[in-house]
Design a protein around this ligand. Structure first.
Ligand SMILES: [Zn+2]
Length: 254
């Protein structure tokens, strides 16, 4: 009881003082992509997170090890599975999927939950960013993450798959829209599915580690119209800087 009472006192105290305009980051402060709440301070702001960990994402892909034993990705995306809704969470624009799409890794199912965007790309190749990166976030029943990352290039011409997404923009921060339409995620993937893979983390707080990353080697062309719409909806440069490898090896499928 005594502990609860102290918590109440603290909450009351914060209600009157923590949101004042004084300098410094209060515990109510939300992380962001720049300035005082930017990536350099995530570990400090999000104390329960793994943002200060040694095996974080994204990374710069520079030296890789070609591995002939890496299997092709075992992707099971069904054209009939629906996107339920889209939300602008203030950090990215995220399309949420109904259940049904999954990939299999080492015999374990990882269900596709959502995909979202970063501009510029988070992963770099030889230090170079791509205009945008799409993350397809999968979660296993055990709560483990696997992310497929698509690097994108700008295209002057439209595409049905990407133009469809554009019809839900603009989208204000905190705004969400119902989609409830079948969306064939296979059409978004590159034709060539060779990939880079390594173990890293979520690239936003809580920066959870032990995430299996698969970055397609072949970029996908995205209409410049969609990139511009996303640019207007998302915070500027919503990418985390690349993180130290700390001995990790990036493998490359053939
Ligand atoms: Zn992401």
């Amino acid at each position: 009881m005594k502990h609860n009472f102290l918590v109440l006192i603290t909450i009351f105290y914060c209600a009157v003082s923590c949101n004042s305009d004084d300098e410094g980051v209060s515990h109510t402060e939300e992380w962001s992509y720049n300035g005082e709440t930017g990536p350099d301070r995530w570990a400090e702001i999000e104390k329960e997170s793994e943002c200060g960990g040694a095996f974080q994402s994204p990374i710069n892909i520079l030296q890789t090890q070609t591995d002939n034993t890496l299997q092709p990705l075992d992707i099971h995306y069904d054209a009939g599975i629906k996107i339920s809704n889209v939300v602008n969470n203030g950090h990215t624009v995220q399309f949420n999927f109904e259940a049904g799409n999954y990939i299999t890794l080492n015999g374990e199912k990882y269900k596709l939950k959502q995909f979202h965007f970063h501009e510029l790309s988070e992963h770099t190749l030889g230090g170079v960013h791509f205009p945008m990166e799409i993350h397809l976030v999968h979660v296993s029943d055990a709560g483990k993450y696997a992310v497929l990352a698509i690097l994108t290039e700008e295209s002057a011409t439209g595409s049905d798959q990407f133009d469809f997404l554009d019809t839900y923009l603009p989208l204000a921060v905190e705004e969400s829209k119902t989609v409830n339409s079948a969306y064939n995620m296979n059409e978004v993937l590159p034709g060539e599915k060779q990939y880079f893979t390594y173990t890293g983390s979520l690239t936003t707080p809580p920066c959870t580690e032990d995430v299996q990353w698969f970055i397609f080697k072949t970029p996908v062309e995205v209409p410049v119209g969609l990139i511009e719409s996303l640019h207007d909806a998302m915070p500027a440069n919503n990418y985390r800087p690349t993180q130290p490898l700390n001995g990790r090896i990036v493998k490359e499928s053939v």
